[in-house]
Ligand binder design. Structure first.
Ligand code: FES
Length: 169
């Protein structure tokens, strides 16, 4: 696929040993995060092996390659990114999910009932760069009628961007 690359990063031997011990009691797990049609990150553990792989745009590729160079092969020890690019937001989501600390503030499938806008559409818009309620409204039509869903849109933006209730690494 032109402009996209698939990169596999095997984790360190010590992590594999730790994982093997824990895997004797746990089912194989796979954690995936994505920006639709653009970027996909996946962490998996199975049969004592941990693997992190991703496919996506050039920016994501560069960002993850640099992050690995700075923080090593063990993705479980990587610090949470603090920037607001889609690459950083996606990696932060993946790392929090690996740690079991992902507490997304809105759980229902549909966020805006007036415009029938799914929560996932709003979240994808935030990931892609709609970082204000106004931008989310322009991109998705959410919050363009009665306005009662606006506070939930704000909660989602704040959570994604770490503006409130900042999650500890
Ligand atoms: S519920 Fe979103 S505008 Fe009314």
């Amino acid at each position: 696929m032109k402009g996209r690359e698939l990169v596999y990063i095997p984790l360190s031997q010590s992590v594999c040993v730790l994982t093997l011990k824990s895997m004797t009691k746990e089912k194989p797990k796979s954690i995936q995060v994505h920006l639709n049609g653009r970027d996909h990150l996946e962490f998996s553990e199975d049969q004592g092996k941990s693997q992190f792989r991703f496919i996506g745009c050039h920016e994501l590729n560069q960002f993850l390659t640099n992050y690995r160079q700075h923080h090593g092969d063990n993705i479980k020890s990587w610090p949470l990114p603090e920037g607001l690019s889609h690459s950083e937001l996606l990696l932060k989501e993946l790392l929090l999910k690996i740690k079991g600390q992902w507490n997304f503030p809105y759980q229902a499938d549909e966020l805006c009932h007036c415009r029938c806008v799914p929560t996932a559409i709003v979240d994808q818009a935030i990931l892609a760069g709609a970082h204000t309620p106004e931008a989310v409204s322009r991109w998705t039509s959410a919050s363009t009628a009665c306005g009662t869903c606006r506070s939930d849109v704000e909660k989602m933006i704040n959570y994604r961007l770490g503006l409130k209730d900042k999650v500890k690494a």
